[in-house]
Design a protein around this ligand. Structure first.
Ligand SMILES: [Zn+2]
Length: 399
């Protein structure tokens, strides 16, 4: 927090002091929970996080979270910075309580070993690639049981890649968590109904949950690749710092674009099923309408509309006489690769001005998209989960 002190100067107030009334009881409960679990890694995470609430030093418990290997997968703390519209530096508190889906998790271990190879082939100047990315890249598929705070307001999180601390990412890597039941609900209740109204009929049939799920996974994986620690004018900094308030929008656009690029790479080498080749692009196109409805003043919406317009200008996304959209499969790969190069190079250069120019040029809803969005009035914008387990355990609260 930043507050004005007695001398009228702005001063930093650590979270542990500003939110003491909430953090002290929360830490006590985390320690109590740590006493109840038989899993050593969960015990270590819960205890470490409780300590961090008092000390503001989250490093050790971020590492413990990376190493967390328990059927009950928990994430709690100040993580995402989407709420801070000033500089995107200040993180908001959130919590996820989830159950690990071991069968689905096992299916994804093959992706963990692909990351350095993808980094080495990123379509940017070789000097911008990271020769040694963090060694750990666990992927967990989980079922969401309960969320609170930043995780349960507005658009529901479908997956996340944490921690955000660049020091942990560099030394250890990062962990991706896929919230499968959330993704299924979004796909069935929102994406499929949207696709019926905005996609050309012959491509509507290509929309698939597998493609949706795998692109979300690639999105999260690719957040961890590309430039993070950079040098601008001889000074060491981070992309996050250099991009200030537009960092989230640029980083989300990067994850979506490079996610498509990376998925194509893995498909070409047989890691991803070849049958997703067409549906990965058509599903992404249909899903663009879903994301744009979150609002283009929000990072994910901004990123998506920018990609949508860029790919349209490259001739890869087209609209027919009836206002229905389709992918030009002869152009999409080259267009995605071109945009991947552009965004990653801007990040590597730490160029706020170029990032701003890219957003200014493409972040707008053009008439064909607006017409399509107008047809979607009866389709829900997002899902709103109910948490029956939590309601049973604490009926006095309104979940
Ligand atoms: Zn993201």
């Amino acid at each position: 927090m930043v507050r004005r002190g007695a001398d009228k100067k702005l001063q930093l107030v650590p979270y542990s002091q500003e939110y003491k009334e909430f953090l002290e009881p929360a830490a006590k409960l985390l320690k109590e929970a740590a006493g109840l679990t038989t899993s050593p890694s969960l015990k270590s995470y819960l205890t470490g996080r409780a300590d961090a609430f008092g000390s503001d030093d989250y490093y050790a418990s971020d590492v413990a979270w990376m190493e967390l290997d328990a059927p009950l997968d928990i994430t709690i703390g100040p993580y995402e910075t989407y709420e801070d519209e000033l500089f995107g530096y200040k993180a908001a508190f959130e919590a996820f309580v989830t159950l690990r889906d071991d069968q689905e998790t096992a299916k994804l271990t093959k992706f963990e070993g692909q990351l350095q190879d993808l980094e080495n082939r990123l379509p940017i100047d070789a000097g911008y690639r990271n020769a040694k990315i963090g060694a750990m890249a666990p992927i967990r598929v989980v079922q969401e049981v309960f969320t609170a705070g930043d995780a349960n307001r507005g658009v529901q999180t479908a997956a996340f890649n944490l921690p955000n601390d660049e020091k942990v990412i560099k030394e250890k890597g990062s962990k991706r968590v896929m919230l499968k039941n959330v993704q299924e609900a979004k796909f069935d209740k929102v994406l499929v109904p949207i696709s019926r109204l905005v996609m050309a009929p012959e491509q509507q049939a290509e929309i698939s949950f597998d493609a949706f799920f795998t692109h979300i996974l690639m999105h999260e994986l690719l957040h961890g690749l590309g430039p993070h620690d950079i040098t601008v004018d001889g000074q060491k900094t981070t992309v996050r710092h250099a991009m200030k308030e537009i960092y989230s929008a640029i980083e989300e656009a990067k994850a979506d674009t490079t996610g498509l690029w990376g998925m194509q790479q893995l498909l070409d080498r047989g890691v991803v099923d070849k049958k997703l080749e067409r549906s990965m692009y058509t599903t992404f196109l249909a899903s663009s309408f879903r994301s744009v409805r979150f609002g283009i003043n929000e990072a994910h919406g901004k990123g998506v509309v920018m990609i949508f317009n860029y790919l349209t200008d490259e001739g890869a996304f087209k609209v027919d006489g009836a206002g229905l959209f389709f992918v030009d499969h002869t152009k999409i790969q080259a267009a995605v690769s071109k945009l991947t190069t552009r965004i990653l190079t801007i990040q590597a250069e730490g160029s706020y001005a170029k990032a701003k120019a890219l957003l200014d040029e493409y972040v707008k809803i053009r008439p064909p998209m607006q017409k399509a969005l107008d047809k979607l009035r009866d389709v829900p914008v997002d899902i709103e989960p109910r948490f029956p387990v939590a309601a049973r355990l604490a009926p006095e609260q309104s979940w």
